[in-house]
Design a protein around this ligand. Structure first.
Ligand SMILES: Cc1cc2nc3c(=O)[nH]c(=O)nc-3n(C[C@H](O)[C@H](O)[C@H](O)COP(=O)(O)OP(=O)(O)OC[C@H]3O[C@@H](n4cnc5c(N)ncnc54)[C@H](O)[C@@H]3O)c2cc1C
Length: 608
């Protein structure tokens, strides 16, 4: 769930390869400004009540089924995938007057922002909180979101202690647990609290947050070095003391600060937001995540589905369309190595530009026809993609829990809980993966969407929902993938029952008051993600968030940049940026800016 301006900068600096130097100059300075603005807390903090008559509360707008009759003529752009990245590319280009068709394989648009109703409960899927000061109308992230939604999405603030990191022995009661609330105010609350809990670690705590700030400060320099200087010089500069932070794992940095396992465990409690344990994860992403939530956490009013419902009218107003049940099986490429269309259900649809948001592996190996793959999958790209430190590998299981009752009476928190078996995340993970179908879950995330959304109580009176999420290993469930969804057989159901019971125990241990109020429960695993979210091997965050992946993205031309080696074929989504609603949104801006110079200038000037 990563969130940053990282990629926007890459875009605005990286365009130097193919458009004029003048534009690059604008891009660089804008990128630097955007980066600076994204992290700083605006001086005027005002929660907006934006409205616009484009708002469409009718969810049918996100459920328009595919048929050739609905395809607009003379399409400028086809976007594959309707997650935040696909919808944002489409909306930005629509605002530049382009006619865009978005094609979505699922039966509802929105990707990870879609919601579904089951037995009278509405559940969200892949948006549980966002930072970036999105509740403040002046924050760059808010302005980016407002631009594509025409200001139709409002944001509710979560508690100041938006997360709670908890260690609880599997057989222990809550009284045996250790818990650390994570407050949005670092200087006045979070850091003093941490220092009180770790009286001998004041220097390490200060140094950690100092390094987080260093990463914030040096990020534009890091990107500029990679994008503007020759590689040999860039590498030399990267060796310098400040910039080597960008090439390190979280563990290697934290190990140099302290030997205190508990402190390191608390500081890295949110590694699940991008899926990499500290031994693998890039320290830069760890820092950007801390910075992202520095101003607090927010949730969309009305639930995440309102985001897609607000963006689609923007696309339609320019003559475009968003169609679901539209799985793209192939990208059409002509003999001049130019993308000219896509194939859906055997029908060919043509457009001037094709954008794929479904990730590098799926696009390169499944959507691009075999005879054109060698252009994209060069030896170097294949080598990098098969590196386990780069390949997509993180999946999640989600348990959807329906509870009867009132949130206040049930004392449900407006916070996320992160529950671990011990503070040693690396060891927890090793134990989990060492055994097939293990239930020694290394991390469990609990959140009550019905509490975070201020309209839930009126939309679904006396109903509450909990989302309980944990890692899922694709190989453990891979054999059931070919079976029909909801009919995957007894073995799979038995495995799911085992996970459900483990997750339920953890949920009830934290919230015993809901024990007799639960009336619905279902669980999806890595193969469920492939079915509903169109993921590749269940990998919900795309390519790994490791130093190796970012090094490859920075140094290899056309590896994860929007422009591919096939003319008029572009990439967007979390692989061109990083995971998280914000990461993927910025990926959308990045790609739109590469397709249209006017979009680049327009959206860039909007951020200043
Ligand atoms: C359980 C979970 C919880 C999360 N929680 C948070 C959170 O709290 N905060 C946060 O910021 N981030 C969170 N994330 C991460 C975030 O949701 C993603 O990083 C982000 O939504 C990715 O956006 P995207 O547009 O790149 O991809 P997606 O949202 O995955 O969209 C891609 C779309 O492409 C479609 N598609 C795939 N193949 C095809 C095809 N061949 N033809 C047509 N359509 C196709 C898919 O069905 C999908 O709708 C979470 C993710 C998960 C899984």
């Amino acid at each position: 769930m990563i969130h940053n301006s990282f990629i926007m900068l890459v875009e605005w600096i990286g365009i130097s390869f193919d458009i004029t130097i003048a534009i690059t100059g604008i891009a660089i300075s804008t990128g630097l400004l955007v980066w600076y603005n994204l992290w700083k807390v605006p001086s005027v903090v005002k929660v907006s009540n934006a409205t616009d008559d484009d708002s469409n509360s009718n969810s049918t707008i996100a459920r328009q089924g595919f048929s050739m009759k609905k395809i607009p003529s003379d399409l400028d752009v086809i976007v594959i995938g309707s997650g935040i990245s696909g919808l944002s590319v489409a909306a930005i280009l629509s605002k530049e007057g382009k006619k865009v068709l978005v094609l979505e394989q699922h039966d509802v648009a929105g990707g990870n922002m879609h919601t579904f109703v089951e037995k009278g409960f509405e559940f969200d899927t892949g948006l549980h909180y966002i930072g970036g000061n999105i509740g403040c109308v002046k924050s760059p992230l808010r302005r980016q979101m407002d631009y594509i939604t025409n200001g139709n999405v409002q944001w509710s603030a979560m508690s100041d202690d938006y997360d709670v990191a908890i260690v609880c022995q599997p057989d222990g009661g809550t009284e045996k647990s250790e818990r650390f609330p994570i407050n949005k105010k670092w200087r006045s609350v979070l850091i003093p609290q941490l220092k009180k809990s770790f009286p001998k670690e004041h220097a390490a705590i200060d140094k950690h947050f100092d390094l987080v700030k260093q990463v914030e400060k040096w990020l534009p320099v890091y990107i500029a070095i990679h994008k503007l200087l020759p590689q040999w010089l860039g590498r030399r500069l990267m060796m310098s003391s400040r910039l080597d932070l960008f090439t390190k794992t979280t563990s290697s940095v934290l190990d140099s600060l302290t030997t205190n396992v508990k402190l390191k465990g608390v500081l890295t409690y949110m590694y699940g937001d991008f899926g990499e344990i500290p031994d693998r994860g890039a320290f830069v992403i760890h820092c950007l995540l801390w910075l992202h939530y520095h101003g607090g956490a927010y949730y969309p009013v009305g639930g995440p589905a309102v985001i897609a419902q607000s963006i689609i009218p923007v696309i339609e107003r320019a003559g475009g369309k968003v169609l679901v049940r539209a799985p793209v099986s192939e990208i059409v490429i002509n003999n001049n190595n130019t993308a000219t269309g896509v194939i859906v259900k055997g029908e060919t649809i043509m457009a001037k530009i094709i954008v794929s948001t479904v990730g590098v592996p799926l696009t390169y190996t499944e959507l691009v026809p075999k005879k054109h793959q060698s252009v994209l999958l060069t030896d170097t790209v294949q080598k990098v993609l098969s590196n386990p430190k780069v390949a997509s590998n993180v999946s999640l299981m989600s348990m959807f829990v329906g509870i009867e009752g009132n949130a206040t009476e049930l004392k449900l928190p407006n916070q996320n809980y992160w529950v671990f078996p011990s503070w040693d995340h690396n060891a927890n993970w090793k134990k989990y993966v060492s055994e097939k179908n293990s239930v020694s879950l290394p991390a469990v995330f609990i959140s009550f969407s019905s509490v975070k959304d201020s309209t839930y109580a009126t939309r679904y009176p006396n109903k509450q929902v909990a989302l309980v999420i944990a890692p899922s290993i694709f190989e453990d469930v891979q054999e059931y993938k070919s079976h029909r969804v909801k009919h995957r057989g007894k073995e799979y159901e038995a495995l799911k029952a085992k996970y459900k019971s483990t997750l339920l125990n953890i949920l009830i241990r934290e919230f015993p008051q809901i024990k007799n109020k639960i009336t619905f429960m279902d669980l999806g695993t890595a193969v469920t993600n492939d079915y509903y979210l169109g993921t590749h091997r269940g990998a919900v965050y795309g390519l790994s968030h490791t130093p190796e992946r970012f090094e490859a993205s920075m140094t290899m031309n056309n590896f994860t940049t929007p422009k591919t080696r096939i003319k008029n074929l572009y990439l967007s989504g979390q692989d061109v940026a990083c995971c998280g609603i914000t990461g993927a949104l910025l990926g959308g801006y990045y790609t739109a800016g590469q397709i249209s110079t006017s979009a680049l200038i327009h959206t860039a000037s909007m951020m200043i």
